[in-house]
Design a protein around this ligand. Structure first.
Ligand code: ZN
Length: 309
């Protein structure tokens, strides 16, 4: 009897292993400090236990002012030499840029895509598809939107065109600024909210991933508002990659509530988020904290199920 149970469990694990696609999401990390290194060790610990397919950066890759050139040593000290640990040393990074990256030579971070095969930032905005097109990722540059620079209108048109044509099961948009947040920038970064949220809802995007606020959050519209929009976007803030943490803003929950959003999870801790997609139409989102030395702890999790929508 116990042998059968073990065997069934083994088969179950094998099936889920083959069918899953697993991404780590980390933001606000390139500060060259112990908190960044500890978070990297947490990612390494997770990715030695379960298969990780890649890493998404929600921006602020290099503090305080990006890089000067494609040969800047900070590419090594803030990124390559930090995330060179077992389980993550060969992983592909899908980058976006934050305000601190734009304070330096932003073009050098784009050019670095041609130098380092694991660094993917071919342009200010781009898309990428995985699992035969079932997962469609869109990287946007919210700094362009917030500052109304770098052909931001062209970017918005590009995003709308791409989203409208996408046949993917899962659509995920990521960028630096959070349209809704309960932290330092509560209740949200205005232009990103005004310009991006209508597109996310219209084209049925599942997740929007951001950083900028240095904490870990999950926000989505409350049930009443869901009845109006008929579509639920889950907003994830993953900004605990190493830079000094930001607390929750007093009254943020009420301010979000006035706009129809519910702050479902907030922790001002270092850590990262993982997205586990399965072919059985399930997306499991998990929040990992590295509050204790060399220990990772799942402090929150939520699911999206396609069949239930
Ligand atoms: Zn930022």
């Amino acid at each position: 009897m116990s042998f059968m149970l073990v065997k069934l469990l083994f088969v179950g694990l094998l099936v889920s292993y083959v069918n899953t696609f697993h991404l780590i999401v980390i933001g606000d990390w390139g500060d060259d400090n112990e908190n960044q290194y500890r978070t990297a060790r947490g990612m390494s610990a997770l990715c030695q236990t379960v298969k990780c397919n890649g890493i998404i950066s929600t921006g602020d890759n290099i503090y305080p002012a990006g890089v000067k050139s494609v040969n800047d040593p900070r590419f090594n000290t803030s990124w390559r030499n930090v995330y060179n640990l077992k389980g993550i040393q060969d992983k592909y990074w899908l980058m976006s840029m934050g305000n601190h990256d734009h304070d330096g030579n932003y073009k050098a971070q784009i050019e670095y895509t041609n130098v380092e095969p694991r660094w993917h930032l071919p342009s200010l905005w781009y898309d990428a598809q995985f699992q035969s097109g079932a997962i469609h990722l869109f990287s946007i540059d919210t700094v362009s939107i917030e500052k109304s620079v770098y052909d931001y209108k062209k970017q918005l048109q590009w995003l709308e065109d791409k989203l409208s044509k996408s046949k993917a099961t899962w659509k995920v948009v990521f960028g630096h600024h959070p349209p809704v947040t309960g932290g330092k920038y509560a209740p949200g970064v205005p232009k990103t909210h005004y310009k991006i949220v209508p597109l996310l809802e219209k084209y049925k995007v599942d997740l929007y991933l951001a950083g900028h606020d240095h904490n870990l959050q999950h926000i989505s519209k409350d049930d009443v508002r869901n009845e109006e929009t008929k579509w639920i976007v889950d907003y994830v803030v993953s900004g605990g990659g190493g830079r000094k943490l930001a607390p929750k803003t007093a009254n943020a929950e009420n301010e979000l509530m006035k706009r129809g959003y519910k702050l479902r999870f907030f922790r001002s801790q270092f850590g990262f988020v993982s997205l586990e997609f399965s072919k059985s139409d399930l997306l499991n989102v998990r929040y990992f904290e590295v509050t204790k030395p060399d220990t990772i702890e799942i402090t929150y999790t939520f699911n999206r199920t396609k069949s239930a929508i």
